[in-house]
Design a protein around this ligand. Structure first.
Ligand code: ADP
Ligand code: ZN
Length: 291
């Protein structure tokens, strides 16, 4: 079965063709500028490919409520040209096939839950720590949407005394998770990009302390069977042992499960070579086709 996948990110749009087994046959990338520029080449790419359905995992906030007049829209994004943009409607009309839709982070989690290391689990969380911070949440085998979708990147954190950038970087909340731990916050705090700070221990110790607060919160609130950490910042692999250490400290022995005894297999990096997002889109397409 030929399926289309669109991972709609704030910097680039990845378009791919694949099948229901998660196999990707081909893919291209188009820069995200404004809809008038970005959408025509996307439509052009999919148009003659004879796909049976398309799955879209999109930066947000987005409207996932099928009973809403603005279902399938990108809503209050800070990326002005995309505010209130009907991405699903536009693609459906142009391609004439079913279109599945979810957030970018739910897409990545869906990829891991269908084809990757979270296969067989019913409850898991996928954090992406990149230009922003977001989390996809699966509960009882379903992606959590609720009223809208979770915005885990904007939880408040306990700010550490030795943080030279206590005010944080989020225009809405200052010192929320995204405001403290996303790539731009690291850059604002230390005056250089994360990549250039690889050997500065204090950078990653503080970063891990903040990410661990999100991990501990997700353990207490959602009881996931696995926490997956992805996104550009998590390429700093030294973060993983530090995040596990601080998460353990924050849980403070209160939760006693086999997973808590084995955090190395509980708080883990993404497993699909950065294809988890696009593979999640294939699953969204498959589900849309079968709906
Ligand atoms: P996006 O979130 O835009 O989809 P990424 O997940 O790649 O893309 O995140 C980009 C952010 O991650 C940037 O702020 C960048 O500085 C940071 N980043 C990318 N690679 C690394 C790295 N190897 N080490 C630390 N930070 C990184
Ligand atoms: Zn915020």
């Amino acid at each position: 079965m030929k399926l289309g996948a669109l991972e709609a990110g704030g910097t680039k749009m990845v378009c791919a063709i694949g099948d229901e087994s998660g196999k990707i046959f081909e893919q291209i990338s188009i820069p995200t500028t404004k809809p008038e520029e970005t959408m025509p080449p996307i439509i052009e790419y999919f148009k003659d490919k004879d796909i049976e359905a398309l799955g879209v995992a999109c930066f947000g906030p987005v409207d996932l409520d099928k009973s809403s007049d603005t279902y399938g829209y990108i809503t209050s994004t800070p990326k002005i040209p995309w505010q209130n943009y009907d991405i699903v409607g536009t693609l459906k009309e142009a391609l004439g096939c079913p279109v599945g839709f979810d957030t970018d982070v739910n897409g990545s989690l869906l990829g891991e839950a269908t084809y990757g290391q979270a296969k067989g689990l019913t409850d898991a969380v996928y954090f992406t720590i990149g230009t922003g911070v977001g989390a996809g949440v699966m509960t009882n085998g379903k992606m959590l949407h609720g009223m809208m979708h979770p915005e885990f990147g904007h939880i408040r954190l306990v700010v550490r005394d030795d943080d030279p950038y206590k005010e944080g970087h989020c225009p809405f909340h200052g010192a929320c998770l995204e405001g403290m731990a996303a790539g731009p916050a690291i850059e604002a705090r230390w005056g250089a990009k994360g990549k250039e700070l690889a050997d500065r221990d204090e950078v990653w110790d503080l970063e891990a302390y903040y990410i661990a607060q999100a991990c501990a919160t997700s353990v207490f609130v959602l009881s996931p069977q696995m926490i997956i950490l992805g996104g550009g910042v998590m390429h700093q692999e030294q973060l993983f042992p530090l995040v596990r250490k601080y998460t353990k400290e924050l849980i403070a022995g209160y939760i006693k499960t086999k997973q808590m005894e084995d955090l190395e297999h509980y708080i883990v990096p993404a497993s699909l070579n950065d294809d988890q997002g696009i593979m999640g889109c294939l699953k969204l397409a498959l589900d849309a086709k079968n709906e």
